[in-house]
Design a binder for this molecule. Structure first.
Ligand SMILES: NC(=O)c1ccc[n+]([C@@H]2O[C@H](COP(=O)([O-])OP(=O)(O)OC[C@H]3O[C@@H](n4cnc5c(N)ncnc54)[C@H](O)[C@@H]3O)[C@@H](O)[C@H]2O)c1
Length: 251
């Protein structure tokens, strides 16, 4: 797919990987709808897109709320005439207290954002993309889908869920809706301090950095754009960074 004059919705675009993807799309000539639960952060991303000469608007969105996602797609269609690309990217780590002291409420929150947001986001994107004759969806999973993150099992479980969900969406390609996933290693974003007490990374994040190093959000954005451009990419799991171990091994 050519990216120029397309419209992309990016969730979690107020920060980190989503912000980098939004900027990369804008620089490629795609109009961007910045969706984030943090309205101020989303507006900031819109400002950054304008700074590079791109077009963007923002919609405060909670991906755990189907009505909020519906309103996001409706606003995107109303403002830009349609949607061609959806990057289901919003996500979070559990933070401390880690497993098994983590609260049931936090477990469900991570499940609902990381997996629920992707599944419902995809479901609600389908009729919107159909109205354009097809489109591309990229879901943000993680290398934690391949390696058990024993300090944060719900995170691993949700990311493994995202990859299997992506595979199971392969038949949508028959109607020109291609669903793919990126599986980044450790990425230098504000998510890392959230893995610990909010200021300090969790021990597991330091340990992961020793094994796999640190990627930049732009490294991930490049792969997201590549999956959108590549019309042959269907149900691909694009690992970003080098795999430190054989899948299934513990880091
Ligand atoms: N940083 C990493 O090391 C890393 C590695 C692999 C995968 N990922 C994944 O990449 C994605 C983006 O993470 P990031 O590192 O950029 O984190 P980040 O914390 O910098 O950004 C995440 C954004 O999602 C938003 N968000 C959270 N809950 C939301 C909700 N309910 N609805 C809408 N927006 C919501 C936040 O406000 C934030 O702006 C996540 O899915 C994460 O799991 C991150």
């Amino acid at each position: 797919m050519e990216l120029e004059n397309r419209v992309a919705v990016v969730t979690g675009a107020g920060s980190g990987i989503g912000r980098a993807t939004a900027l990369a799309f804008a620089q490629a000539g795609t109009r961007v709808v910045v969706a984030d639960i943090d309205a101020a952060a989303a507006s900031e991303t819109v400002g950054l897109v304008h700074d590079v000469g791109g077009h963007a608007s923002s919609v405060r969105t909670d991906v755990t709320e189907p009505r909020s996602l519906e309103a996001l797609f409706a606003a995107a269609e109303a403002e830009h005439g349609g949607v061609d690309i959806v990057h289901n990217n919003a996500g979070l780590v559990s933070g401390e207290p880690l497993w098994p002291e983590i609260t049931p409420e936090t477990l469900l929150r991570v499940l609902n954002v990381n997996l629920g947001g992707v599944v419902v986001g995809t479901r609600l994107a389908i009729p919107v993309l159909r109205r354009r004759g097809g489109g591309a969806i990229v879901n943000t999973a993680s290398m934690a889908a391949l390696f058990p993150l024993t300090a944060d099992p719900i995170y691993s479980a949700t990311k493994a869920g995202v990859t299997m969900f992506t595979r199971a969406c392969a038949p949508l390609a028959e109607e020109h809706i291609r669903v793919n996933a990126v599986l980044p290693g450790l990425v230098d974003t504000p998510l890392l301090p959230k893995s610990g007490d909010g200021d300090r990374w969790a021990e597991w994040a330091y340990a992961a950095e020793q094994v796999m190093g640190l990627l930049s959000p732009d490294d991930v954005a490049r792969e997201v754009l590549d999956l959108v451009r590549d019309d042959t990419a269907v149900a691909q799991e694009r690992v970003v960074g080098s795999l430190p171990l054989a899948p299934g091994d513990e880091p």
